[in-house]
Design a protein around this ligand. Structure first.
Ligand code: GLY
Length: 338
C-alpha cells in the first residue's frame, strides 16, 4: 500500500489494524535548537523548497554552525575534552530510506555531520568511532585541521588552571580571560535540526562537541540513534540537546517519536519525554535539594503532518523554526519553572 511517498508492507499475519491515512504537510517545516536561528533553519528550508532531499538540507543547515568558530558547542571552535583535544559526535537519520549514519569521538574534522552522512551513504554500518571514523573521513576527502580556536583554548586553559589549587597551573587574570568564561564550564551545547518536506518525508541531524572538558573518549547522546536523534517516516522526527547521559538512559528521541506515534502533538510528546527523564533520575548526585534534576534536557520535534514543538525540563529556553512564515524562535515548553 502506498501512502504519500512511503511504502507500507502489510505484515504476513495480516493481523495489524489498517494504518490511518497519513496527512502530509501543506508546506515544509524545519526545527532546530536555538543556535539554529536563523541561518541553519533558513538554509535548510530554502534547500528543501529548491528540491534538495530533506537529509541533505538539514546537514547543509548545521554545517553553517559547525563552521562558525564563535559557536563553542559544535565543530570548529567547539570546547575540547579535558586534554584540550576537540572530539566531535554526530548522527543523521533519513526517514525516506530508513537509514542512519553516525560518528563519535572524531578528531580534527570540522564537519562530523557530513561524515555521518557519508557513513550512511557509503557504508553498510551506522556508527564509526575515533580513529576509524577519522580514517574513513580522510578516505572520503575530508581535510584535517586544528579545531581548537584561540578563544576555545583560553576557555579550556582557564578551566584547567582553576580546577585545583593543589597543582602547578596558575590561572590567567584580567583581559586574558574570555568574558563569562565560567558560563562554559560543564555545558553540553549541541545543534539538532529536523525537517519534514512537502511530501511528508522526514530527516534529522544532531552534531556536537559534547560535554565541555569531558573525559577523553566520553560519547554523548548525539551520535546514538534513538537517544540524540530519531526519525520514523510514518510518524515524525525528534532530536535533543542538553545532558546526553540522561537522554541515553531514556532513549529520549525515540521516546518522543513513540509518543507522537501514540497520537501526541510534538510539543506534548517532548514534554512526556521530559517527564520520563524526571521519573528515571534517582541518583542523589543528579538531584537538587528540591528533588528536581540538577541538569537540563531539551527536545525538538516535527511530525509528518508538519506540526512541530519543543520542550525542556526547565523553562526559559527557545528553539528555532522556519516555514513559509520565515525563520523565528519560539518558546520551549518547560516542565518546571526553573
Ligand atoms: N547532548 C550533547 C552531549 O551530551 O554530548
Amino acid at each position: 500500500m502506498m501512502l504519500g511517498s512511503g511504502c507500507l508492507v502489510a505484515p504476513k499475519s495480516g493481523s495489524a489494524a489498517a494504518p490511518a491515512v497519513l496527512r502530509t504537510p501543506k508546506h515544509p517545516v524545519v526545527v532546530a535548537s536555538a543556535n539554529g536561528h536563523p541561518a541553519c533553519v533558513q538554509t535548510a528550508l530554502e534547500k528543501i523548497l529548491a528540491g534538495t532531499p530533506a537529509i541533505d538540507a538539514v546537514v547543509a543547515g548545521v554545517t553553517l554552525v559547525e563552521d562558525d568558530p564563535n559557536d563553542h558547542s559544535v565543530g570548529l571552535g567547539g570546547l575540547p575534552n579535558e586534554d584540550g583535544e576537540v572530539e566531535l559526535d554526530a548522527s543523521v537519520m533519513d526517514g525516506k530510506s530508513g537509514l542512519a549514519g553516525a560518528v563519535c569521538s572524531l578528531r580534527r574534522i570540522k564537519n562530523p555531520s557530513q561524515v555521518a552522512l557519508a557513513v550512511m551513504r557509503y557504508t553498510d554500518h551506522v556508527l564509526l568511532s575515533g580513529e576509524g571514523a577519522r580514517a574513513f573521513a580522510r578516505a572520503h576527502g575530508f581535510v584535517e585541521q586544528e579545531l581548537l580556536t584561540p578563544e576555545a583554548r583560553e576557555i579550556w586553559l582557564y578551566w584547567k588552571s582553576t580546577m585545583s589549587d593543589k597543582d602547578d597551573w596558575l590561572p590567567k587574570t584580567g583581559k586574558d580571560v574570555p568574558a563569562n568564561v565560567k558560563a562554559f564550564f560543564g555545558i553540553t551545547g549541541t545543534i539538532n535540526c529536523c525537517a519534514v518536506d512537502r511530501d511528508g518525508n522526514l530527516a534529522g541531524v544532531t552534531t556536537t562537541s559534547g560535554l565541555a572538558f569531558k573525559i577523553p573518549g566520553r560519547v554523548g547522546d548525539s551520535p546514538l540513534i534513538g537517544a540524540g536523534l530519531f526519525v520514523d517516516n510514518g510518524v515524525g522526527a525528534a532530536g535533543s540537546t542538553g545532558r546526553g547521559e540522561a537522554n541515553i538512559v531514556t532513549a529520549g528521541s525515540h521516546t518522543v517519536v513513540e509518543f507522537m506515534r501514540a497520537g501526541k502533538h510534538p510539543k506534548d510528546a517532548c514534554l512526556a519525554a521530559c517527564k520520563r527523564i524526571v521519573e528515571s533520575t534517582r541518583a542523589p548526585h543528579l538531584l537538587r535539594a528540591d528533588g528536581k534534576p540538577d541538569f537540563n534536557v531539551n527536545y525538538y520535534a516535527v511530525d509528518r503532518q508538519g506540526r512541530y514543538g519543543g520542550a525542556a525540563l526547565f523553562d526559559g529556553g527557545s528553539f528555532a523554526v522556519c516555514d513559509v512564515k520565515g525563520p523565528r524562535t519560539e518558546k520551549l515548553e518547560g516542565l518546571f519553572d526553573r
